[in-house]
Write a protein that binds this ligand. Structure first.
Ligand code: ZN
Length: 133
């Protein structure tokens, strides 16, 4: 098993960042050529998902749609505490961990798939734990 924590700096309130290359570098460094990589964000107001990496416009569409699915303001109780309930809810719904098969030292992703960090309450520095088994 090999584990490395990577830091991702975000610079907007909401942002989708392609972290595929960073994960691939950790997998390569692990020297594990066949197995599974688990990517885990140690936060409650960001998320991880896999989707198309080629079109920048899709990132904007995902952000726009997230705002429609979970309203930014809805008289949330937690907003009285620290005013970021929408980001907690979206993080809960989308999830903070993903697992990807590793073959031949590479991520066995589809052609168009990329690993995305979804910043929901930035800008912040995010810790992402990459574990290769
Ligand atoms: Zn909060």
């Amino acid at each position: 098993m090999y584990k490395k924590t990577i830091l991702i700096k975000t610079n907007k309130k909401k942002q989708v960042i392609d972290i595929t290359q960073k994960i691939l570098e950790v997998v390569w460094k692990s020297k594990i050529r066949e197995g599974i990589v688990v990517v885990f964000a140690k936060h409650t107001t960001c998320a991880l998902f896999i989707n198309e990496k080629a079109d920048e416009g899709l990132k904007d569409d995902i952000i726009k749609t997230a705002d429609k699915i979970v309203l930014e303001k809805d008289n949330y109780k937690h907003d009285r505490v620290d005013n970021n309930t929408q980001s907690h809810i979206l993080s809960s719904f989308i999830g903070t961990s993903i697992a990807i098969p590793v073959f031949d030292g590479k991520l066995d992703l589809g052609t168009w798939q990329g690993i995305m960090l979804f910043e929901l309450d930035g800008p912040r520095e995010r810790e992402v734990v990459v574990s290769v088994f």
